[in-house]
Write a new protein. Sequence first.
Length: 224
Amino acid sequence: MSSRSGVSVATVKYYLREGLLAPGTPVTARQSEYGEEHLRRLRLIRALLTVGGMTVQQARDVLAVADDPAFGRHERLGIAQYMLGPRITPPEESDPRRELWDEVFAELRELLTELDWRVYDEAPPLAVLTRAVVTLRSLGYEGGIDHIRRYALAMHPIAAEEYAVLERYPVLEEAIEATVAYTTLYEPILLALRRLAHEDVSARLHGTARPQPPPTPGEPLSSS
């Protein structure tokens, strides 16, 4: 299994000790037999820990939900996504910022209801979004709901296309692995494209036909 997966024997044993990987079928006192399901689970574990950057406990929680037949595919994929990214908690009730937090959260919740988005109030990205809008407004920048609505309307078709890709993975472990990979690796792509679009819009607004690259720090400016 180590040679087929590329994971060292020591690491495989560590996953076994931590309960992330189920034991194999004993063959002798010192040997066990492992099947394709173990290789599939091993790939998922590696995706959770390396690509997703999860802790062992977070990975254990994801795998526990994945193995629980009481949950459907939605919950099993969702728990993996919930474990990705920062975990934001609202300010304490006594914190002066709590009033603005509650105001923004209520506005965002109303927007999601208007858009008919089926998300939980406890969704970690909703807390991240709330904090971002609170910070924008606190600094006096644009953070209106109409602005957020335009982003939401632009993002939803992209999300639908991405989940159409995930539906091609009928095996649960592979679908969770793909969820982690697409979520983690495509977010930098979205950010990069947004910044490139900013550069293009700025160039067009300010009449630059072919903008020159910015000078390297310490490099003298050209006189041409």
